[in-house]
Write a protein that binds this ligand. Structure first.
Ligand code: GLN
Length: 203
């Protein structure tokens, strides 16, 4: 049984639950979803993977840094202490990973530009290529951020033409699109597969 912590601060949360359930069926890896709203939620159970959904990064920062929640500072510390923890950050989630604002480096070795692909009416859908999945993937971009510089070209895991739309550092991946809105659960399956390895190392 793999326990996935899903950051519930704001945004596209429930679709991730559906995608995880489908990925679980496809892979045969049983999953329990632990909803994370406060730092207490994070520490009250053993977590094998984390998803930070898309939405609005400004709102997420406000709620997640509030004294009532405290989730963001605790989660950033937890991820830094456990570089092999599998993490999937999508869109606004990718922004929080790339620009954590905790006085330390990007968690994914890349910087990012908010709304780098324009605003709502410039949202689009296109086929991208994922080196991680070794195939094309339906990319859904909604007010998407743009990765601007990367530490290491080996960290690129998804491209759209010349653009980098997915990066990886350790076991953390950040995507500028929304995999949970497509019918392809490949990235969620990757997360579950990595979580099995991670939980076995810790066992
Ligand atoms: N533009 C949003 C932000 O700045 C991200 C959009 C999304 O997550 N779909 O947080």
């Amino acid at each position: 049984m793999i326990r996935v912590g899903l950051v519930m601060l704001q945004g596209a949360r429930n679709v991730h639950i559906e995608a995880l359930e489908k990925a679980s069926k496809e892979s045969g890896i049983e999953v329990e979803i632990k909803k994370l709203r406060t730092s207490n939620d994070l520490f009250s159970s053993k977590i094998d993977a984390v998803i930070i959904p898309g939405g609005e990064s400004t709102t997420m920062r406000l709620t997640g840094n509030s004294s009532k929640s405290g989730l963001i500072p605790s989660l950033l510390r937890f991820m830094r202490q456990n570089p092999q923890l599998p993490v999937l950050g999508t869109c606004a989630g990718a922004i929080l990973l790339a620009d954590p604002r905790d006085g330390k480096n990007s968690l994914i070795g890349s910087s990012i530009i908010r709304n780098g692909y324009g605003r709502q009416n410039e949202s689009f859908q296109t086929e991208i290529y994922s080196k991680l999945l070794m195939r094309n993937y339906p990319g859904i971009f909604i007010r998407a951020p743009k990765f601007s510089s990367i530490e290491d070209s080996n960290s690129v895991i998804a491209t759209f033409g010349k653009d980098i739309v997915g990066v990886r550092k350790f076991n953390r991946i950040a995507l500028s699109f929304h995999p949970e809105l497509s019918h392809d659960n490949g990235f969620h399956r990757w997360l579950l597969e990595q979580a099995i390895i991670y939980s076995e190392i810790l066992a």
